[in-house]
Design a protein around this ligand. Structure first.
Ligand code: HEM
Length: 421
């Protein structure tokens, strides 16, 4: 179980220490259970290892009801003061990362409307055939191999290709996008941090390079508009004006990064869970379509690929008796909320037919609720549909290689034998 067992005092848990994030997931889950029980709104000093700092600590919000209600009250708990990351972002970072996720209404809803249409269930339905065809090809290729890194060969490719096609990014640039989004969301992990570079330098270089790609595609789309999201961005009129250069850059980066990193990890966790909990694999695969909707959502609940988003108190208030001042930061810990024993029966168990409580893996149903949730669900459905038909007896070999991050709950590599007995 690692460091945090039932004998440990919850005051020893420190979410701001790097050591905490290198613990096995079970240990972290156990620590969050203690926080939910004893200190559901727990204060932590600012980490001393981040690429930037503003000296302010944060409150960790670990209970489902609190994450839910804070998400739905943007007037009191906003996204647009500083950022949704732990430190407020300095201006050179806001230029690339100050996207709509870091804004509030009315600007937020105006920006969201620019791309909303591309992500509606009806619109995604039009992509279903493409998603299914890609999943079929990927899983068929994987199944020919004796042993394969499922993340490299399938989990990372489907969401990457789909979001690149939606954005209008040429296929030649998919690897370029993947490498840069790995840096943006995985910069704490040595595997993704370019040698000899600091986290700060690496983030800026990756963002500048993605911006250059957006500018190249955008220039073409102004002259030759197409039915893709980059065309929607460069031709948008928001409050009577075109998007600024920095809004364009940060929008593009948000979409390409969010569109591939999160779903990749959900797919990898799904493979891992269905290997670990074989009875659940047998149950789901025995009647795939009937169980798929709850199975897919259980993968997202159980794994919660996005660990947190921050909100900032806009005025003095209190939650569960904890007094908050204006400007106080709150981290909404989705994975912890998704294991809240007051909401989920046997919350640590992976149960593909689970129907109770809507999970918070895509956010707390406020204005920033994940724009790509429907797309992610279709991608997960397509991959596992193919796995259930083509390689239902697969086996994971050894331990997955986990991403070292306090923001993304990721699996970097997952060795799979497609045709184990
Ligand atoms: C399993 C996969 C995914 C998970 C777990 C996930 C999770 C989340 C979470 C937790 C949020 C924050 C919600 C909030 O603050 O209330 C979010 C926001 C967002 N997600 Fe996802 N996401 C996934 C897939 C995707 C995909 C495929 C896209 C496609 C581009 C996407 C685009 C976005 C965007 C644009 C936002 C910001 C929305 C806004 O600020 O209005 N996500 N996501």
């Amino acid at each position: 179980m690692g460091q945090y067992n039932s004998g440990v005092d919850e005051t020893e848990i420190n979410l701001s220490s790097l050591g905490f994030w290198s613990l096995p997931k079970e240990s972290r889950d156990h620590a969050f259970a203690q926080l939910r029980q004893k200190r559901p709104i727990a204060y932590f000093d600012e980490p001393d290892w981040m690429f930037t700092s503003d000296g302010r600590g944060y409150y960790a919000v670990t209970k489902y009801d609190d994450v839910f209600s804070i998400s739905r009250n943007p007037t009191l708990f906003c996204s647009g003061r500083g950022a949704v990351s732990i430190p407020d972002l300095p201006p050179q970072f806001l230029e690339f990362f100050g996207s709509m996720i870091n804004t509030d209404d009315p600007r937020h809803s105006h920006l969201r409307k620019v791309v909303l249409r591309a992500f509606t269930p009806r619109r995604i339905e039009l992509l279903d055939q493409r998603i299914e065809q890609l999943a079929k090809t990927l899983i068929s290729d994987v199944s020919q191999r004796e042993s394969v890194d499922f993340v490299a060969e399938a989990a990372s490719i489907l969401p990457l290709k789909i979001i690149c096609e939606m954005m209008g990014v040429p296929a030649d640039y998919e690897k370029y996008v993947l490498d840069r989004s790995n840096i943006i969301l995985g910069a704490l992990d040595e595997e993704f941090l370019p040698a000899g570079k600091t986290v700060e330098e690496s983030l800026i270089v990756a963002a500048v390079e993605l911006t250059a790609l957006m500018e190249e595609i955008g220039k073409d789309r102004i002259a030759n508009p197409k039915d893709d999201i980059t065309t929607s961005l460069v031709t948008a009129s928001v409050d009577g004006e075109a998007l600024s250069a920095s809004e364009l850059a940060s929008f593009f980066i948000l979409l390409v990064v969010a569109g591939n990193e999160t779903t990749r990890n959900a797919i990898a966790w799904g493979m891992h869970c269905l290997d670990r909990f074989r009875d659940q694999r047998d149950l789901w695969f025995s009647d795939f379509e009937a169980i798929s909707a709850t199975g897919v959502d259980e993968i997202v609940r159980w794994s919660s690929p996005v660990i947190f988003m921050r909100r900032t108190a806009t005025t003095a208030t209190s939650i569960r008796g904890v007094e908050l001042a204006e400007g106080d930061k709150l981290l909404l810990l989705y994975g912890s909320a998704n294991r809240d024993e007051e909401k989920f029966t046997d919350p640590d168990s992976f149960i593909v037919t689970r129907k109770e409580s809507r999970h918070l893996g895509f956010g707390g149903y406020g204005p920033h609720q994940c724009l790509g949730a429907h797309l992610a669900r279709r991608e997960l459905h397509a991959i596992f549909s193919e796995v259930s038909q083509v390689m239902p007896n697969y086996e994971v070999v050894g331990e997955p290689s986990y991403l070292f991050s306090n923001f993304i709950n990721g699996i970097k590599h997952l060795e799979v034998k497609p045709n184990a007995i």
